[in-house]
Design a protein around this ligand. Structure first.
Ligand code: GAL
Ligand code: ZN
Length: 665
């Protein structure tokens, strides 16, 4: 299974005249491209008529690439079923929460539970795998493309509804248990049989939060199952090929920890500037360095292993609106950043900007003309600079002592009831991450299934849905010397999204936190001042838990409203460890100070404290990547014991990258 590539591109040979292919392959070779992904949307080209397969063009493309020493990854095209299939079986088109069917003409217009569709997928994937199993230029497979990157909701067709009922029956066994778990006594929602339960369609008013939570979990499981169906076929027929899928960072429709399990390694699509039809606010187009870092930490965390970037931004992004042109150096910087957080291979999206279709303005390495310009040259330099570094660090992992507990269940529950219009799970996670990031501390993103004992610090934001099992793990972690950071809305509900009532908030976490939360406040249109014990001021935003301390010590308190003087941040000794309770979502400076105190408590020293602002550092094994996100050059004052293997130790250029190697002190 060959996986030790450094650079690749996403290529659509079928979009271009046959005469161009040799030129493309030669140019790729010259650029340093070793691997190409193809085919993930080309179902109609491969099966133009029901049951008639045409893989010759892909054979030919693979042959042309082979002459230049370039290997191929094939995508299964289930993200784009052809018109003949949709016309023959319109029921494979997905349905929204009004019961309305989507139309053909975009992508991901497929229902992943539909048995007829699944039959077609099985047949197609089998034929494709059989055809390419002995092609020595194929190294691996990407299943589908960006699962969950579809229409706003999840398919609510009759087939999905039937499967949801089976899923519920397997989970609850008796309908009484479902009624209990969902609190259906409210508004006379009791079900008499599983057969009566529908997906959470639009209602006249309101939807049951427990119903919605199970629906989101079901949909994630469905996608995992849909992937498994394809992966099992390929694994059997092509045992020497790797199997992967391209993830999308903090996208949520499928639980990536679950999706990663069947894959040899995961890949991620990293667009540091994002611009599609859902035009984000101007200040949201560019991912902030901390957000992008958190994204990549999660991607590495889904398998606790290095990964690939299957689509790395290569130029201007945009569909109907466009993002600004990446400034000279930014493409190189963002590429290095992917490597810095764990990518062993970088595949750029896409080779050449396409002439037709929705993504005409999602630019490639080559512009429409096919004539190399700035992006091409920057990537040429990037490859020659980074490839040798990547060869050295392949496989290396960061040695993080801090972890972030990341949970799709909490994400779903907060989507269903965000509390405050600006409060969202990922935003809250990233706000905490940013505090540690400001002290140059990386964090492993871990799931509920992971053991905490490898870590000294565990941040567990929004432990809104709480389980006894997690509580036990947390107690054990802290008792034996771990430092746990909890925040607001902890222990509010059980795993079914039903409010807990056996004691005051934060429920059974109260003993760990050394406090109770009899009251809270949702900050609609106002903030509340915070004061640290030494008088430093901060701000509480969005939400305030109003704790009553029972053993914990306040390290910062609210300085306004009727709860002035109540703890905003508390610290409690528990066993050999500590529990911090952050009762609000504070401003960045307050979060940075708190993270600093936690790191100090843990004895973790920031060797790079003297880095200028705007310069990020990330670690892989004995290597450190310095990345300057500002346009201006910065002077560096580095700790002893590090040598530069890329760039210099005295200064870092605007948008520059320096890679350091740790030498024996
Ligand atoms: C990704 C996707 C690609 C392409 C790109 C630009 O999300 O995987 O197929 O659509 O974005 O929009
Ligand atoms: Zn469906």
């Amino acid at each position: 299974m060959k996986t030790d590539f450094t650079f690749g591109v996403d290529y659509y040979p079928e979009h271009w005249p046959r005469e161009r292919w040799e030129t493309d392959a030669a140019m790729m070779h010259e650029l340093g491209i070793q691997v190409v992904r193809m085919g993930e949307f080309s179902w109609h080209k491969m099966e133009p008529v029901d049951g008639e397969y045409h893989f010759e063009w892909l054979d030919e493309a693979l042959e042309v690439l082979k002459k230049q020493g370039i290997k191929g990854i094939l995508g299964t095209p289930s993200a784009a079923p052809p018109k003949w299939l949709v016309d023959k079986y319109p029921e494979i088109l997905p349905v929204d929460d009004h019961g309305q069917r989507y139309h053909f003409g975009g992508r991901h217009h497929d229902c992943q539970s539909n048995p007829i569709y699944r039959g077609y997928i099985r047949r197609f994937v089998t034929a494709m795998a059989e055809h390419f199993k002995d092609n020595d230029n194929v190294v691996g497979w990407q299943i589908d493309n960006e699962f969950g990157n579809a229409h706003a909701g999840l398919c609510m067709c009759e087939s999905c509804a039937a499967r949801f009922r089976e899923w519920l029956e397997a989970k609850y066994e008796k309908v009484e248990a479902l009624n209990e778990a969902w609190g259906t006594y409210f508004w006379s929602q009791e079900y008499d049989t599983f057969g009566q339960v529908d997906p959470p369609y639009v209602t006249t008013v309101g939807r049951n939060p427990s119903h919605m939570l199970d629906w989101k979990r079901f949909c994630s499981d469905l996608i995992v199952d849909f992937q498994a169906m394809q992966a099992d076929i390929i694994r059997k027929i092509c045992p020497n090929h790797f199997i992967t899928h391209n993830f999308m960072g903090f996208s949520w429709k499928v639980n990536y920890f679950d999706l990663a399990k069947k894959l040899d390694f995961i890949t991620h699509d990293q667009y540091t500037m994002l611009s599609t039809d859902e035009w984000p606010a101007d200040d949201k187009i560019l991912q902030t360095p901390d957000f992008a870092a958190a994204t990549l930490e999660l991607m590495r965390g889904t398998k606790k292993a290095p990964f690939w970037i299957m689509e790395q931004q290569s130029s201007i992004t945009g569909w109907t609106h466009m993002a600004p042109a990446p400034r000279p150096g930014q493409i190189r910087l963002w590429t290095a950043k992917s490597v810095a957080y764990g990518a062993d291979t970088i595949v750029y999206f896409r080779w050449r900007s396409c002439l037709g279709g929705t993504e005409q303005y999602w630019h490639g390495i080559l512009p429409h003309s096919g004539i190399p310009s700035r992006a091409y040259r920057e990537i040429e330099g990037t490859i020659s600079d980074l490839a040798p570094v990547m060869e050295k660090i392949r496989g290396a992992m960061p040695k993080n002592r801090a972890a972030m507990l990341f949970s799709y269940d909490q994400e779903y529950a907060m989507q269903i009831q965000p509390h405050h219009p600006d409060l969202d799970y990922v935003g809250n996670v990233v706000s905490i991450y940013k505090g540690f990031f400001s002290h140059h501390t990386g964090m492993d993103f871990i799931s509920d299934e992971t053991d905490y004992k490898d870590y000294k610090i565990l941040a567990a934001p929004l432990q809104y849905l709480m389980t006894g099992e997690r509580l036990c793990k947390m107690e054990e972690f802290v008792k034996t010397g771990g430092i746990l950071l909890l925040n607001m809305r902890a222990g509010v509900k059980d795993e079914n999204n039903i409010a807990m009532s056996h004691r005051r908030l934060p429920g059974d976490l109260a003993d760990l936190a050394g406090l109770e939360v009899p009251e809270y406040d949702c900050l609609r249109g106002f903030t509340v001042p915070i004061k640290w014990q030494d008088g430093e001021a901060g701000t509480a935003r969005k939400w305030c838990d109003i704790p009553e301390l029972q053993g914990a010590e306040a390290i910062a308190a609210y300085d306004g409203e009727f709860y002035a003087g109540s703890a905003a941040i508390a610290k409690n000794r528990y066993g050999k460890g500590w529990v911090y309770y952050l009762a609000t979502e504070p401003d960045d400076a307050t979060m940075a100070r708190l993270a600093g105190e936690i790191l100090a408590e843990a004895g973790i020293v920031d060797d790079f404290a003297a880095l200028p602002t705007g310069v990020e550092v990330a670690f892989r094994g004995d290597y450190a990547f310095l990345m300057n996100h500002d346009a201006a050059e910065k002077h560096l004052d580095l700790p002893k014991g590090w040598e530069a293997i890329l760039g210099e130790t005295e200064a870092i250029a605007g948008y520059g990258v320096v890679v350091l190697e740790k030498k024996e002190a």
